[in-house]
Unconditional design. Structure first.
Length: 273
């Protein structure tokens, strides 16, 4: 099966692309989870969030998009079919108008999980990175550290699909082993998106693996899954090849005892500038 990773078509199960493994077998063993994320660079946890709660959040997001006139009126709301001429939408911010979504991202289940993962009280950034990715779009390969590196580097991204995401719809792909690419960490990984005017590292996933090694991995996702990874794991997304919005949200979690990147915290986080 061929899937579009960044600007490349790669064969799933071939030389350059494999399946992500989940960590549900150790979900309640936090020593094992810490060892797994140190080894793999990520934790894929199936059914981590309550599925019905996520689908309720999905309906709330789609109602917002519908009010903007960006959905096809002749289709079901839940399908999230794009209106003619619509494109990718980004809803970066506190998303206080979407309490159904914040119940998932700020609720006691996920906060309790990170309390145990860190071994101390955790916090989540007020700023949430909510996206409705349209047909033909994808996210290029990057380290998250370049966007939020002014606080602790002991910070985790939690990427949550807001709905079921097939290969065709374009979920997340990870470059296995890239959290140990020391040269890349010393160069691109020390940049700051605002100070250094950098963005994604590349749209070509093989530009990374041909130089540094590793292999790309992806999967199909379901509402309720979560992908957790650190600041130095190179990742991108598959291209959305459908006429439906791919809804997903990035949230960040860290210990309350460590320094926070103030661009993303507070009642009115300023974000990039």
């Amino acid at each position: 099966m061929l899937v579009k990773v960044g600007n490349r078509e790669l064969e799933l199960g071939g030389e350059h692309l494999t399946e992500l493994r989940d960590s549900n077998d150790i979900m309640h063993n936090f020593d094992a989870l810490r060892a797994r994320i140190a080894e793999d660079g990520y934790l894929l946890l199936r059914g981590f969030h309550d599925r019905e709660q996520v689908l309720n959040a999905r309906r709330a997001v789609l109602r917002k998009i519908e009010k903007m006139g960006k959905l096809d009126r002749d289709t079901l709301l839940e399908d999230g079919v794009m209106a003619d001429g619509s494109r990718t939408l980004f809803f970066g911010g506190t998303n206080e108008d979407l309490p159904e979504l914040l119940d998932v991202l700020n609720g006691p289940h996920i906060m309790g999980f990170f309390d145990q993962l860190f071994g101390e009280k955790s916090l989540t950034y007020n700023y949430k990175w909510l996206r409705a990715v349209g047909k033909g779009d994808y996210t290029g390969a990057h380290y998250d550290i370049v966007y939020m590196g002014r606080g602790t580097h002991n910070l985790y991204t939690a990427w949550s699909p807001i709905g079921d995401i097939s290969y065709e719809m374009g979920g997340l792909a990870m470059c296995l082993g890239s959290h140990r690419f020391e040269e890349l960490k010393r160069t691109y990984g020390t940049k700051d998106a605002d100070w250094d005017k950098v963005n994604n590292y590349t749209d070509d996933p093989l530009a990374i693996t041909s130089k540094y090694g590793g292999k790309w991995a992806t999967t199909e996702y379901r509402a309720g899954d979560v992908m957790i990874f650190g600041m130095f794991l190179m990742h991108c997304s598959l291209e959305n090849m459908t006429n439906q919005y791919r809804l997903s949200v990035d949230t960040r979690y860290q210990s309350t005892l460590e320094k926070v990147d103030e661009r993303w915290a507070g009642k009115k986080p300023r974000g990039h500038f």
